[in-house]
Design a binder for this molecule. Structure first.
Ligand code: 13P
Length: 250
């Protein structure tokens, strides 16, 4: 069975209740196609967005979860809570959480296991900083993050990898297409080495970092790119719709 391509939007810390009106516009703009569309709003909007997208092709995800199911962790949200609110996905290990909250690969692995425990699909983020890119350490960084952030029971159904070069996030900068292809190919190979070729083939590997309607088609044509994790351009249906539709042809 070939895997379904995935367009995932990460709203980050953006979106008040009024932003849910984008859902209507997005639903209208999405062409019928065999691909998945996921939006990850702030936690405050997960339940309302899940209610609003029920019966539509749009699925909902969280942006982070705690490793524990419940407990004395003020301000944190568990994977079970996200699932209870209607989420089907959760982003873990985003570079902004690794940077702002000092999240380590060990913590990301625990969060991935928490996502699985709650029945969520984990979108595990990896990617090098600008300094690491300049030092040509990208593949080394990717190796370390994959080894540390992924638990042992990865399947195509429970895990998505998002390769997001930190220097490409929110900057308008995008690697050369052959660089994206090289990194995605390396990720696929590492998955194959550890989990076997069948699993590696089934796991979706998304590219993230300044994906826009104007570059989505080119990025989706790169081998081993199975979709995108989109930040700024996921906030507006007029941008995210065309990106998700660009995936339909691939
Ligand atoms: P931008 O699309 O705004 O560059 O953000 C990418 C990202 O971090 C998605 O998680």
């Amino acid at each position: 069975m070939s895997k379904r391509k995935l367009a995932a939007g990460n709203w980050k810390m953006n979106g008040l209740a009024a932003a849910l009106s984008e859902i209507d516009a997005l639903s209208q703009s999405l062409q019928n196609a065999d691909r998945e569309v996921v939006l990850c709003p702030p936690a405050t909007l997960v339940q309302a967005m899940a209610a609003k997208t029920a019966g539509s092709p749009i699925e909902v995800g969280g942006q982070d979860c705690h490793a524990a199911a419940s407990g004395a962790h003020t301000g944190d949200i568990s994977a079970e809570m996200l699932a209870d609110a209607g989420a089907r996905y959760v982003i873990v290990g985003h570079s902004e959480r690794r940077a702002d909250h000092g999240e380590t690969d060990d913590e990301v692995r625990a969060k991935t296991e928490a996502a699985w425990r709650a029945g969520l699909v984990a979108i595990v983020c990896i990617g090098e900083t600008e300094a690491q890119y300049r030092a040509k350490e990208t593949l080394q960084v990717i190796d370390t993050q994959l080894a540390g952030s992924l638990p042992d029971s990865v399947t195509g159904a429970n895990t998505v990898i998002a390769y997001e070069p930190v220097w490409a996030i929110g900057t308008g900068l995008v690697p050369e297409m052959d660089e994206i292809g090289e990194v995605h190919g390396a990720i696929r190979q590492r998955l194959s080495d550890r989990f076997g070729a069948d699993t590696a083939a089934a796991v979706r590997i998304l590219y993230g970092g300044s994906v826009k309607p104007g570059n989505a088609t080119e990025i989706f044509a790169v081998p081993d790119v199975d979709g995108a994790l989109v930040g700024g351009a996921s906030l507006k249906a007029s941008d995210f719709g065309p990106i998700a539709n660009a995936l339909a042809g691939h």
